[in-house]
Design a binder for this molecule. Structure first.
Ligand code: GLN
Length: 199
């Protein structure tokens, strides 16, 4: 599905790699913006929670009073894409948008960061180069969680309903297929919502 040209995607800009996400989303045709305060979430079609430090991002969400805005976004069926620390922030110990438990800094303990070619469901046959930086792995996940890619026996990319998440940094390569998948989810959610509203 071609991305809708007017798709409004917010990137949570408390800390971490939000700028690279903005650049990719804009390249794919989204109206992408930094979001930091609750009012900026109101008109969003999709939300990206980037990588960085999950403790800092979680504290920032709390101190800026963003939890309700993120929950309302999610409950409205509007997609969320959490990457690396963003995946941790979506887990059951934080916002609980995903029925899974992330374990911080678990992948590549000795190496801290590494790259791997991953087969990812839903983006075509060509493997995706994934950059892991002190990446979390998924310790436990519920039956509603679809595993799209794994590395070393642990899920590295997952989807549960309208939430897409990955343990690596898809914004650090020039392969934008995961962002395109998120844009397609967002386009579909927006058109479903419009049909539901009779517009
Ligand atoms: N290790 C970081 C954390 O626990 C996540 C790393 C990342 O986002 N690259 O928050």
């Amino acid at each position: 599905m071609a991305p809708d040209p007017g798709l409004r995607v917010g990137v949570l800009a408390i800390q971490g790699g939000f700028e690279a996400h903005l650049a990719i989303l804009r390249e794919l045709g989204a109206e992408a913006s930094e979001v930091r305060v609750p009012a900026e979430f109101e008109d969003l079609d999709g939300l990206v929670i980037p990588g960085g430090e999950s403790t800092t991002i979680a504290k920032g969400i709390e101190s800026a009073g963003l939890e309700d805005a993120i929950r309302a976004h999610h409950e409205g069926g509007r997609p969320v894409f959490g990457t690396c620390a963003g995946l941790i922030v979506c887990d059951d110990a934080h916002l609980g948008l995903l029925d899974l438990t992330a374990k911080r800094n678990a992948f590549g303990r000795q190496l801290q960061s590494f790259e791997a070619d991953l087969a990812v469901e839903g983006i075509g046959d060509e493997p995706l180069r994934a950059v892991f930086i002190r990446a979390p792995w998924i310790d436990r996940y519920g039956s509603g969680v679809e595993v799209l890619a794994s590395y070393d026996g642990h899920p590295a990319a997952v989807r549960e309903g309208s939430v897409l998440a990955c343990a690596f940094h898809p914004e650090l390569t020039d392969d934008s297929r995961l962002h395109a998948l998120f844009m397609a989810m967002t386009t579909r959610a927006r058109s479903d919502a419009r049909e539901g509203a009779g517009t």
